[in-house]
Design a protein around this ligand. Structure first.
Ligand code: ADP
Ligand code: ZN
Ligand code: ZN
Length: 747
């Protein structure tokens, strides 16, 4: 008698354990297969077999049979099953929730079906075909069908194709089938999402010396299946080509590879390059695929038809076998962290998966995260460097423009004199320009346009946030409040204001100064529809517009050969956001945006407008000097006890009624205090433990409160995080609670 242990697809803690079922004699099962099982009073629910067992000590009448099998192969590979168990442990979700990450959502509840097509196949021996056709003399339609099939490749053709050519032919086809001359088969077709994909040069470029050096270290590692690397390569140093060669080596060894990109819709070029070099061997898991396309890509991967999968963070769960290499491009991006349950960091999972499979991990960025660079410093990652651009292309020339000076000279427009002149020169030379507007940080903090002073919290080293409804400034970390100043406390100027300009405003200004120059705008408003983003990029690349005005979206990985000038309208808009990572994000963004200039044969020029030219993040970005930034930022992190020196965890409470959220948060706070009360060995590591409303007090009609914990990053302190997640899991009426560790947003 065979039994199996099943996790039912119900995300509730009460059923977060395995249930035993009997395997009917005619059914063959293995771990990872999806099944239907009866559950409680429900006739059938979906479940996943996690283990096969020989015996079962429950009384036979209490064990029920597996009802049926959903697919005849395991939807979840053994390694991914194991990964789900680890996710459950580290992100404090149920196993059912972790397992849902492993296959397309559409497969649950059988919401997609395989698409099939009817194919007519000629079954007549070639030697007698002419004879058979001639014999259809009184039925010309039948003869026509036979002729068409005979001429078609492989002697077969899709029935709808036949109908298109010959008109309605159901009856003659049926007759030919009865006579045994033709057979009609149902065949599965895979929906291809690559219809209109632009193809680039398929030739291999000659590697640069830098690329050769890096590959000299990387390829042997790929061959041995061991190693974890951080590739720090400046913008335009040719990292993509390194990825392609490493993936190819991996494929030559018969193994597979995963390439993660921050957001696939924003990196169409990476996809294009891989598709043009790997063709059908590359699969793309795209957030904008239709459910059917997503399901088909997933199956193509699962069947072993592809060598490399490119996708955003969830592609880390791609059902590939024998993975030999995982690449994470732009590894500093926040989008690798999934904030909602199940919370996971794709970079951490990549590390785990590499360990399981014996694969090489390659993180890459022009602006590595503080964490990864610190790991490289400790030797936990091997640092590979590409400090120069391809073919001696110079790094762009960055002009820092002090906007306080502009104001003193009476210029109150969004463009400095220098930027405007630069833009005009660029247009005269027939080139293209990008104007970047940092939308994050729009109108949220108060700064002086005369001296650059920003109202900051006296205790937290972050700017205070303006709350227009109450007309007050508040610190989002400690809750301290301050009135909005009428004059600048530093210099007495009255030009102290809420900060920020939008893309629309910039576009208008461009049109005012240069009415004849075609401009495109790329922001949330202009990219609502499915293909708007790719479409705008294609139009700008074709040269339909000379100037592209855009937000964050244009900062990532885009390579426009004709762009020689980049203007950054307000470099420091993000610097004073109430987040300890503001300086890091600002540096990353400025460096990435500046890197868009001068990528082909013409040198690039960047105008970086700022009210804070002396800030180390702005200053280091203007020199594209990552190391200088890293060192200063680490000093600040240590002094202020921020990650990577500490970790920040929070319990987030959401409820319809504010009192419910508040009461739940306050009760959790008391539990945490009691917890530390009993643990003196942990208490000494606590930097701060607080309860307060969230910075954004209401989202989608829910009131939000939080308990935040800042604690030194020591292994023992995981216990405190464990306690928080335990509290998060406790049942409570009318209030949701999640536990987040170093959340990507503290809002
Ligand atoms: P990064 O990702 O490091 O910013 P890319 O991979 O986008 O840089 O490469 C920058 C540009 O250099 C691209 O246009 C790419 O086609 C080109 N390139 C890369 N490697 C080579 C090479 N070996 N020879 C010629 N051009 C190259
Ligand atoms: Zn001032
Ligand atoms: Zn504060």
């Amino acid at each position: 008698m065979a039994f199996c242990q099943v996790i039912v697809d119900i995300a509730h803690e009460d059923v977060d354990r395995v249930f035993t079922y009997r395997v009917p004699g005619n059914m063959s099962l293995c771990p990872g297969m999806r099944v239907h099982v009866p559950f409680g009073r429900m006739r059938q629910v979906e479940g996943i077999v996690v283990e096969m067992v020989e015996a079962c000590d429950l009384p036979p009448e209490r064990v029920r049979d597996v009802a049926d099998v959903l697919e005849d192969y395991p939807a979840i590979l053994p390694n991914l099953l194991e990964l789900a168990v680890k996710i459950k442990a580290s992100s404090f979700c149920t196993l059912a929730q972790a397992l849902r990450l492993m296959f397309p959502a559409q497969m649950r509840g059988e919401r997609v079906s395989n698409k099939t097509r009817e194919i007519a196949v000629l079954t007549v021996e070639p030697s007698v075909r002419a004879q058979v056709i001639a014999a259809q003399g009184r039925a010309p339609k039948r003869a026509a069908v036979l002729t068409a099939l005979m001429e078609a490749e492989g002697g077969e053709m899709a029935c709808d194709e036949l109908r298109k050519r010959l008109g309605e032919c159901r009856a003659p086809l049926a007759a030919l089938c009865r006579m045994g001359f033709v057979r009609v088969e149902k065949r599965e077709v895979l929906r291809s999402p690559y219809g209109a994909m632009e193809r680039l040069a398929q030739q291999d470029p000659t590697l640069t010396a830098q690329q050769q050096d890096v590959l000299g270290t990387l390829l042997p590692a790929v061959e041995s299946g061991r190693g974890a690397f951080l590739l720090y390569g400046v913008t335009g140093s040719g990292k993509t080509e390194v990825f392609i060669r490493a993936v190819r080596r991996c494929a030559q060894l018969g193994r597979t590879a995963i390439v993660l990109v921050p957001e696939i819709a924003l990196t169409p070029q990476m996809v294009m390059w891989f598709r043009s070099r790997f063709g059908e061997d590359a699969a793309v898991l795209h957030s904008r695929l239709s459910p059917g396309e997503r399901y088909d890509e997933w199956r193509r991967i699962r069947r072993g038809d592809v060598r490399v999968v490119i996708g955003a963070r969830s592609a880390i769960f791609a059902p590939l076998e024998d993975v030999g290499l995982i690449i994470i491009d732009e590894e500093h991006e926040q989008s690798y962290i999934a904030d909602n349950t199940p919370r996971y960091d794709a970079r951490e999972l990549a590390r785990l998966r590499c360990g399981q499979e014996g694969a090489v991990l390659l993180l890459a960025s022009a602006t590595p995260s503080m964490r990864s660079f610190a790991m490289a410093g400790r030797g936990d990652l091997t640092l590979l460097e590409m400090p120069r651009r391809v073919n001696q292309r110079p790094m762009p020339d960055v002009h820092v423009v002090d906007m306080r000076e502009e104001l003193r000279q009476g210029n109150r427009s969004v463009f400095s004199g220098a930027l405007l002149t630069g833009l005009q020169n660029c247009m005269e030379q027939g080139k293209q320009a990008i104007l970047f507007v940092n939308r994050r940080g729009y109108s949220t903090f108060v700064s002086c346009r005369n001296c650059g002073y920003v109202v900051s919290c006296t205790q937290c080293d972050v700017s205070m946030t303006y709350h227009s409804s109450e007309n007050v400034l508040r610190c989002h970390y400690c809750g301290q409040e301050a009135p909005v100043p009428q004059v600048c406390p530093e210099c007495g100027s009255r030009y102290i204001k809420y900060f920020g300009v939008g893309t629309q405003r910039v576009e208008e200004e461009v049109r005012r100064h240069m009415p004849d120059v075609p401009v495109l705008r790329m922001d949330n408003d202009t990219t609502r529809t499915k293909d708007a983003h790719a479409d705008l990029i294609a139009r700008f690349r074709r040269g339909d517009a000379r100037i592209l005005v855009g937000t964050q979206m244009i900062a990532k990985g885009l390579d426009f050969p004709n762009v020689t000038m980049v203007g950054i309208i307000a470099a420091d808009a993000m610097l004073r956001l109430p987040d300890y990572r503001s300086a890091e994000r600002t540096f990353q963004l400025l460096t990435q945006v500046a890197g868009r200039a001068g990528r082909a044969d013409c040198p690039g020029e960047v105008f970086l407008q700022t009210y804070d030219p002396e800030h180390y993040a702005v200053e280091a970005a203007s020199r594209q000097d990552y190391r200088a930034f890293f060192e200063q930022e680490m000093v600040r992190r240590r002094r202020a006890l921020y990650p990577p020196y500490t970790l920040i965890a929070r319990l987030l409470f959401e409820a319809d009624r504010e009192e419910d959220a508040q009461l739940a948060a306050e009760s959790a706070m008391r539990q945490m205090e009691a917890f530390f009360e009993r643990r003196t060995y942990l208490r000494k590591y606590v930097v701060a433990l607080r309860v307060m409303p969230c910075p954004v007090k209401r989202i989608k009609g829910k009131s939000r409160w939080q308990v935040t914990l800042k604690i030194v990053d020591q292994p023992v302190c995981q216990e405190a995080v464990g306690k928080m997640s335990e509290i998060a899991q406790m049942p409570r009426e009318g209030c949701l609670c999640v536990c987040q560790v170093n959340p990507s947003s503290m809002m």
